[in-house]
Structures are given as C-alpha cells and as structure tokens.
Write a protein that binds this ligand. Sequence first.
Ligand SMILES: [Zn+2]
Length: 153
Amino acid sequence: MTLLERDPKAAPAWRGELPVTSRYTFGLAGERFFRAIQEEGRILGTRCDGCARTYVPGTIFCERCLGELDKWVDVGKVGEVHTYTLLYEAPDGSQRETPEIVAFVRLGDGGLVHRLGEVEPEALAIGMSVQAVFKPIAEREGSILDIVYFRPI
Ligand SMILES: [Zn+2]
C-alpha cells in the first residue's frame, strides 16, 4: 500500500516487525539503589539537606538545586499509597478474574510504582500505609521485582 492508496480516515499505522535489541544500564544511582534491594533488602534514597528533600529512588543530582547528592539514606520499607489503579486486563489482552492492583507508593519525597498484595480492592484507600515484601535473598536478581509487592500494615 502506498500513501496515496491509504484511507485518510484510517489510523496512521503500519504493521511490521523490527529486530530490536537493547541493553539498559542502571547508571550510578540505579546501581546503588538496586544493589541495596538485592543484597540488603533495603530501599535507599538520596538526601539534599539544602533543599530538605529525599529522592526515592536515589538520584545523583538534586533536581531543585542541581547539587551533587552523595548522602544515601535508608527510607525504610513502609510507604503510603499516593494513588492506585485496578488492572482488569492482562498484558495478553485476557480478562483477569481478580484485578491486579498497582499503586504509586510514596517513600521519602518520591516513591515507587509497584503492585499491592494481601489487600482486597474494597479495602484500598489513598494514604494507607503499606510495607514492601521482598523475595527471599537467594531469589533476588537486582530488579524492582525483588520487591514482590507492598502490603497493608
Ligand atoms: Zn537540592
């Protein structure tokens, strides 16, 4: 099909396949952040005392003053549900019998998007306290999925 044969009202998309490979590196801050999750079961942030902010996940520069950050702090395993959503559709397009719950969990002045577990959708509330549940250390791979989910406390 050429551009001239294309239905002008059709969605502008062409089907095809691209052979793409990629390699994602964590970077300096990500390396430290994920090693702490894998090896210590800790969630780390970086602190800017000048701006009184704790970045989670940790970063190497303060987004406000652009100062270099090298003060790593353990922000604990307990955060607060800032917002959440219920996923009724699986990645393969099938319908889930029970929705998966994904939340933004506030930790420090940042937070993590992650699954919630051990909670029914009816019990969800903005502001509820949740705690990270880690995989056993032998099963951790240095991934955000080393945290299985956050559960209410
Ligand atoms: Zn700062």
